[in-house]
Design a protein. Structure first.
Length: 107
């Protein structure tokens, strides 16, 4: 296993000089780790793996949104507030003549 990991490592300079064998290996399903200054900086993967990772990212986003929705549903008391009541509590008065353009309509 350790040898397989070592075989999947390539320096950035070597990769830039001779990318073809690494691209071929990645297209066969192997993950190639590109090192810069002995530190892993990138991974070369095949298209199918990239698409699968994109799909997993999308599913992760959906799951995160679902978790937020479930927490909100569990914590919802069912009480609703009228906008005018909230504005009144905050001391905010909406002018009926306000057309929403952000300009003062007073003459």
């Amino acid at each position: 296993m350790a040898m397989e990991l070592l075989d999947s490592l390539v320096g950035a300079t070597e990769f830039s000089r001779n990318p073809r064998p690494y691209i071929d290996r990645a297209s066969d399903g192997e993950s190639i780790v590109i090192l810069k200054g002995s530190r892993p900086t990138a991974v070369l993967i095949d298209i199918q793996t990239g698409r699968r990772l994109d799909h997993l990212d999308s599913l992760e986003d959906d799951l995160r949104l679902l978790a937020v929705a479930l927490v909100r549903m569990a914590a919802d008391s069912g009480k609703r507030y009228d906008l005018d009541d909230v504005l009144g509590e905050l001391g905010i008065e909406l002018d009926d003549e306000d057309d929403g353009d952000g300009e003062d309509n007073e003459d």
